[in-house]
Design a protein around this ligand. Structure first.
Ligand code: FES
Ligand code: MG
Length: 581
């Protein structure tokens, strides 16, 4: 009989045993770990239970997460009432307006931080507190790769404000008012007044931007408790969701309900349906592709487009409609939407509750009269919010948010007015000398994943000032970048492959003719193949590089939009995919 280590019997709490630091002696490793947690004031009784990690993304630089201290308190209450031990830990937090050069550049870094800290520290399940645009996808990507039981807690949307008796909210109204200011329709005093009202509280943008989109997608994926997407940040409903999330995390730890059982192909199909039906942010596609990629799954753009033809936009929220997130919540939130979409959903997909989406919908009851979520017979827009375009300008696909585009411009042929990069655009867009009319097509190059780098939201090219002051509100715009989910206009995005790696977009010249036909799903450069080849030979492209640091890693390994702009080495290896290692 081997002699028992003297420290072994009571040094065996469930969660703390996980992933022992290597000192070459597991008994000693656990002994040390326990000494340090005792040093923080924990008793043996506190340790002998499931350990629930909490990814704490509170940050002074992230007002969208300004309610995290209250959420933590409610979460911890929920965890402890259910018999678990809450252990919060910091990770990177990213806010859209405070991240340079663009939040997307940092999303993968946050996902790596999340994955590695989940794996490095002992926990039986993890709660991910996310809200602002890139945080939820980063957390789901990281948790998917870490593979333990995980549940998403959304911070919740901000409240709407009021400007001269008009209801306003970030960020669709930020853009609308800035457009008015550029067109000299409002003065310095008014733009300063409205600045006080656009973000009326902590929480995420109040329209169907990327944060709201990802909140709805997280619930559609089954990654939040039912009703977890919509309560505003500062409400009691949001705090009760946090308490419930804590309790559910303990149940998941006990059941060993790992994330791969929830994030299945069916769950992603449900998420795509919801993305289309909410008129969701175009960024949602990129994030879904990145999350799916971590599990060896692909988001096929052609499938998305096919689904879009029989999935109408049902949610009447800005920028496709008129309401805000708090209205959606009062209208019953995601249950109201999912009830309408039920015939199109995979109802057997499992959720964090251990029940299926179909079972959760039954439990949610019959619904009530409201006007925010429309019916399939009377939708906001007859097709899905996003259409996928193809053609010689974008062999790997491009997208357009048709539900917030000008119907008159969706079948359009025009002359290209080309900007070589974001700096060129900033230099010339407001110049009186710019040769441009409302019938032209603005083309912006070098704002793709490698080009900028980080694929900034510069695809929302402003209306040239000389046209804006004439009252022009929309013009066809094309780029390899992204745009904010809160933006609107006839804007073609995610042109793949991007210009910085020599995609056809790189070879568009001033005066070329371009054809956009959303009905035919076409984006074409009306230049012959021979002429395109001649231009390519004349000016071969060398992709951008960096000498050191995160930028070097980024430029060497980032994938294109269709693979989620994830790093190739973070995607799950799959047969026949040369990008995966
Ligand atoms: Fe954070 Fe809009 S800036 S959600
Ligand atoms: Mg945004």
């Amino acid at each position: 009989m081997t002699k028992k280590s003297p420290a072994a019997p009571d040094l065996d709490p469930s969660g703390l045993r996980k992933g022992l630091t290597s000192y070459g002696d597991n008994g000693f490793s656990l002994f040390l770990r326990k000494a340090f947690i005792k040093g923080a004031g924990y008793s043996d009784a506190a340790l002998d239970r499931p350990v629930i990690g909490i990814a704490n993304t509170g940050s002074a630089y992230n007002p969208c997460h300004g309610n995290v201290p209250q959420l933590l308190e409610a979460l911890k209450r929920g965890i402890m009432l259910a018999g678990g031990l809450p252990m919060d830990f910091p990770t990177i937090s990213i806010h859209e307006s405070f991240a340079y050069p663009t939040s997307m550049y940092l999303r993968n870094l946050m996902s790596m931080d999340t994955e590695e800290m989940i794996l490095a520290q002992p926990m039986d399940a993890v709660v991910l507190i996310g809200g602002c645009d890139k945080t939820v996808p980063a957390q789901l990507m990281g948790a998917a790769s870490a593979g333990i039981p995980a549940i998403q807690l959304i911070t919740g949307s901000m409240l709407t404000g009021s400007h001269r008796s008009e209801r306003v909210g970030a960020c669709t109204d930020c853009r609308r008012y800035w457009g008015k200011y550029r067109a000299e329709e409002i003065d310095d005093q008014e733009i300063s007044d409205v600045n006080n009202q656009l973000v009326a509280s902590v929480g995420t943008c109040s329209v169907m931007g990327t944060a709201s989109t990802m909140a709805c997608i997280a619930e559609a994926l089954g990654m939040t408790v039912p009703g977890g997407a919509t309560p505003p940040a500062v409400t009691a409903d949001r705090m009760r969701i946090a308490e419930l999330t804590g309790a559910q995390a303990v149940a998941m730890a006990r059941q060993g309900l790992t994330i791969d059982r929830i994030l299945t192909a069916d769950a992603f199909e449900n998420a795509m349906r919801v993305l289309l039906a909410i008129g969701g942010s175009t960024n949602g596609i990129i994030h879904l592709a990145a999350i799916a990629g971590r599990l060896g799954l692909d988001i096929d753009l052609k499938t998305l487009d096919r689904m879009g033809r029989d999935t109408p936009v049902l949610l009447d929220l800005k920028p496709s409609g008129q309401h805000y997130m708090e209205d959606f919540h009062k209208a019953g939130g995601m249950a109201t939407l999912l009830r309408q979409l039920k015939p199109l959903l995979k109802l057997d997909a499992l959720t964090v509750t251990g029940r299926t989406l179909g079972q959760e919908l039954e439990l949610a009851g019959p619904g009530f009269a409201q006007s925010v979520v429309k019916t399939m017979d009377d939708p906001v827009y007859p097709q899905g919010g996003i259409a996928v375009l193809e053609g010689n300008l974008s062999p790997g696909g491009a997208i357009i948010k048709q539900s917030s585009a000008d119907p008159l411009l969706m079948e359009h042929e025009g002359r290209a007015v080309v900007f070589e990069n974001a700096a060129d655009l900033a230099d010339r867009i407001d110049s009186d000398a710019l040769d441009v009319t409302a019938h032209d097509i603005l083309v912006l190059k070098n704002i793709g994943p490698k080009g900028a780098p980080g694929m900034p939201e510069a695809g929302y090219i402003p209306i040239p000032k000389k046209l804006a002051v004439q009252g022009v509100k929309d013009i066809v715009r094309i780029s390899d970048g992204r745009m904010s989910g809160t933006a609107f206009g006839t804007i073609v995005l995610h042109v793949t492959p991007e210009s910085a790696i020599g995609g056809p977009l790189a070879y568009v010249q001033n005066g070329d003719r371009i054809r956009l036909s959303v009905s035919r799903r076409e984006i074409s450069l009306l230049v012959s193949d021979a002429e395109l080849r001649r231009r390519q030979e004349l000016k071969p492209i060398s992709p951008p590089t960096a000498a050191r640091g995160y930028k070097k890693l980024f430029l060497e390994t980032v994938t294109q939009a269709d693979q989620g702009v994830d790093f190739d080495f973070l995607r799950a290896a799959r047969p026949g995919d040369p990008a995966a290692r």
